[in-house]
Design a protein around this ligand. Structure first.
Ligand SMILES: Cc1cc2nc3c(=O)[nH]c(=O)nc-3n(C[C@H](O)[C@H](O)[C@H](O)COP(=O)(O)OP(=O)(O)OC[C@H]3O[C@@H](n4cnc5c(N)ncnc54)[C@H](O)[C@@H]3O)c2cc1C
Length: 346
């Protein structure tokens, strides 16, 4: 019996929609199962690296936002700026990013079905989830992926003490900079992204139960900029951020995006890396499950290598006595700092 679709996508976040778009561009039938209505909002720093903007443009997805010219690290009165050498990034509200992807997916004939994937059945020729039979199931269901757990690809979580979480808020204020600012506090980082002519997002990253306002008090420079500016909408949180996987494939199921493992939001890389995974997940589909799964594992490893290495290294430094020296070092050795940012920006 012929499957209902070639590619079934669990989760219609940015990566799930990108997978569906890639599949349609490759001439495959694609369907997305997503419980939430468009446009979907989410806790996110909302800074798209230049590589993410380019990857979206390749899919003919052009969200509007605030051009980002580089990354600034701030600690007290120390600054380290790196301006992107190739093209700009983009600060973009999650809802705007989601809508742009959803419209493109719709234009290409992707059907989005309301619902959740909860159980998965596989046989030699197909995989069935949410009542839909497909040749392949792409698990794009985020940090706490149900599919990942169902197919046994979860790896034990980090020690509770080391877990990090993010909380994001928006402020109605004109951006004071075109750079993403990462303010380094004692235990928390504030990731500040201009996302529109009168909107700035602040994502606070730190240990469990860190308090947004109390953390903000630890950043006098940022407090001064924000003053008594009103916040927009409710805060949103996410975590624990670190999610590990044993592998990215289980038969006809592939993990893509945050579902495939996540290190941290500190380097603002999730969407860029997720889009690269989406392209790889579709590009490596083939008639033989084993061969094409091996090809995806290899492509996934290559697409995520810099992100995994650099973000893990920075996190290790951030959790050590070196933390105080990160911004002074970045400003003292700009070529090294710039080289690292450029690797992540690609
Ligand atoms: C605080 C914070 C700051 C960040 N800052 C940045 C940044 O500045 N730049 C950047 O590029 N990245 C950033 N990221 C990372 C980025 O948000 C993620 O990498 C990105 O959202 C991953 O997209 P995704 O589609 O894989 O997952 P998600 O966006 O989480 O989407 C998953 C989707 O799956 C759906 N779903 C869940 N369960 C099921 C199910 N069982 N069945 C069907 N659907 C399901 C959900 O409703 C959701 O829509 C940040 C993350 C955090 C937490």
């Amino acid at each position: 019996m012929r499957p209902d679709v070639d590619v079934l996508v669990a989760g219609g976040g940015p990566v799930g929609l990108a997978v569906a778009i890639e599949a349609r561009l490759a001439g495959l039938r694609a369907m997305v199962v997503e419980p939430r209505a468009t446009p979907i909002d989410k806790a996110c720093g909302e800074g798209l690296m230049p590589g993410a903007v380019a990857a979206l443009a390749r899919l003919d997805v052009h969200p509007t936002g605030h051009p980002l010219t580089g990354i600034r690290y701030v600690r007290g009165d120390r600054r380290a700026d790196h301006l992107f050498t190739s093209s700009s990034g983009l600060g973009v509200r999650r809802t705007a990013l989601h809508l742009a992807l959803a419209l493109r997916a719709e234009e290409l004939g992707v059907e989005v079905v309301p619902g959740k994937v909860e159980t998965i059945e596989q046989d030699a020729g197909s995989v069935t989830a949410a009542g839909i039979r497909a040749s392949w199931l792409m698990a794009c269901d985020g940090l706490h992926s149900t599919v990942r757990r169902q197919v046994g690809l979860d790896r034990p979580a980090a020690r509770a003490g080391g877990r990090r979480y993010g909380i994001r808020r928006h402020y109605r204020i004109a951006p004071w900079s075109d750079l993403v600012e990462v303010h380094w506090g004692r235990h928390v980082e504030a990731y500040v992204t201009p996302v529109g002519p009168d909107t700035v997002g602040v994502a606070m990253l730190g240990p469990q139960h860190h308090d947004f306002d109390r953390s903000l008090d630890g950043f006098p420079d940022l407090r001064r900029h924000l003053g008594s500016t009103p916040t927009l909408g409710p805060p949103r949180g996410a975590g624990p951020l670190l999610q590990r996987t044993r592998a990215r494939t289980a038969g006809r199921v592939r993990l893509v995006g945050d579902a495939s493992g996540y290190v941290d939001a500190l380097t603002g890389e999730g969407v860029r890396v997720g889009l690269a995974q989406a392209a790889a997940a579709v590009r490596t589909l083939g008639p033989d499950v084993e061969t094409s799964s091996a090809a995806y594992e290899k492509a996934w490893t290559a697409a995520t290598r810099d992100y995994r290495m650099i973000t893990s290294g920075l996190l290790a430094a951030a959790g050590s006595p070196l933390r105080r020296s990160i911004v002074p070092l970045a400003s003292a050795v700009p070529t090294v700092y710039g080289g690292i940012v450029e690797r992540l920006a690609r």
